[in-house]
Design a protein around this ligand. Structure first.
Ligand SMILES: Nc1nc2c(ncn2[C@@H]2O[C@H](COP(=O)(O)OP(=O)(O)OP(=O)(O)O)[C@@H](O)[C@H]2O)c(=O)[nH]1
Ligand SMILES: [Mg+2]
Length: 294
């Protein structure tokens, strides 16, 4: 029988880069909130998605992938992951089973167990034969985690995952207004969509060194929103790549980003993109903060 007690709380999606956390967040919400790319380390901040499931309000937290980098940005991201893990009511540890069970995830699982946190072990990418064929739950993870398999691509296993999260949340009235989708302002989501378009267009040419800031947002025109954004890179050579021959690259990024922004805002968008050099952006605590990464 369906449970009627109102519940509410935070469910963190945790895992290595590329495990499929952001894709799953979008699938669980039924909306594209988080950006997704084929390259690891796409997510750089904690992103809250708010969802009603039966009588439970699930506050889903997308997080950056756990990784061992030593740059200031890496440290800031891993701190966000640790905070999300410690602060959540239910932890979902995600891994593509085709890649095995990573030691840092096992370490995190141990820490969550010591804290007494309800933990779900979630195998992702069930639609891929290699992932579906790999054993789950991983050996040696002990009996304390409930194990599930999902595909964010097809939606298989998603209702079961939502049920499993909901029953583990504390009894509580809703914590956010029921019509709110996220805790992030549109301006931040817009900057993320531009970053996604840039990551896709630039492929491997600009590995990590790109950030986006929205510097102007003008709704004075009744029919369209005018947005000006900077692509921030660390070197002059990277700026040249981001602009491309005759401006072709930045134009391509702008066109793709504009389509996504129009979908997000439900309005026509005039997007102006500039490429800027800031050699210190990923090392400056203030900069990381103003970009929403810490
Ligand atoms: N086939 C398949 N691919 C998936 C699925 N979920 C995610 N992917 C792909 O896996 C890649 C990484 O997905 P993301 O959702 O960005 O992964 P993430 O865990 O958020 O990665 P970071 O933000 O880098 O930590 C993308 O190319 C996705 O399209 C799935 O259920 N099936
Ligand atoms: Mg992500």
């Amino acid at each position: 029988m369906a449970e009627q007690v109102p519940r509410a709380g935070f469910a963190a999606l945790l895992g290595r880069p590329n495990a499929g956390k952001s894709t799953l967040l979008n699938r669980l919400l039924g909306e594209k909130l988080a950006i997704v790319t084929a390259r690891p380390q796409t997510t750089r901040s904690r992103l809250l998605g708010i969802l009603q499931h039966g009588s439970a309000q699930i506050l889903l937290l997308d997080t950056p992938g756990l990784h061992a980098g030593r740059r200031r940005l890496d440290a800031a991201l891993n701190k966000l992951v640790a905070e999300a893990a410690d602060g959540c009511d239910v932890a979902c540890l995600l891994a593509d089973p085709a890649g095995g069970w990573p030691p840092d995830l096992e370490e995190l699982r141990g820490r969550l167990a010591a804290l007494g946190k309800p933990t779900l072990l979630v195998a992702t990418k069930l639609d891929l034969p290699a992932s579906a064929a790999a054993p789950w739950p991983p050996r040696g993870t002990g009996p304390d985690g409930a194990a599930l398999r999902v595909s964010a691509r097809t939606g298989k296993g998603v209702p079961e995952l939502l049920d499993a999260i909901a029953v583990r949340l504390p009894e509580s009235p809703p914590l956010y207004p029921s019509d709110q989708l996220s805790d992030r302002p549109l301006r931040f989501l817009a900057a993320e969509l531009v970053r996604e378009a840039a990551f896709e267009a630039l492929e491997q040419e600009l590995p990590y060194a790109l950030a986006v800031e929205v510097v102007e947002w003008d709704e004075a025109h009744p029919e369209r929103v005018r947005i000006r954004a900077n692509l921030i890179v660390e070197r002059v050579s990277q700026r040249r790549i981001a602009i491309g021959a005759g401006g072709a690259m930045i134009k391509r990024i702008g066109t793709q980003a504009r389509l996504e922004l129009e979908r997000l805002l439900g309005r026509r968008v005039h997007l102006e993109l500039w490429a800027k050099v800031d050699p210190r952006w990923s090392r400056s605590p203030n900069r990381l903060k103003s970009l929403g990464y810490s």
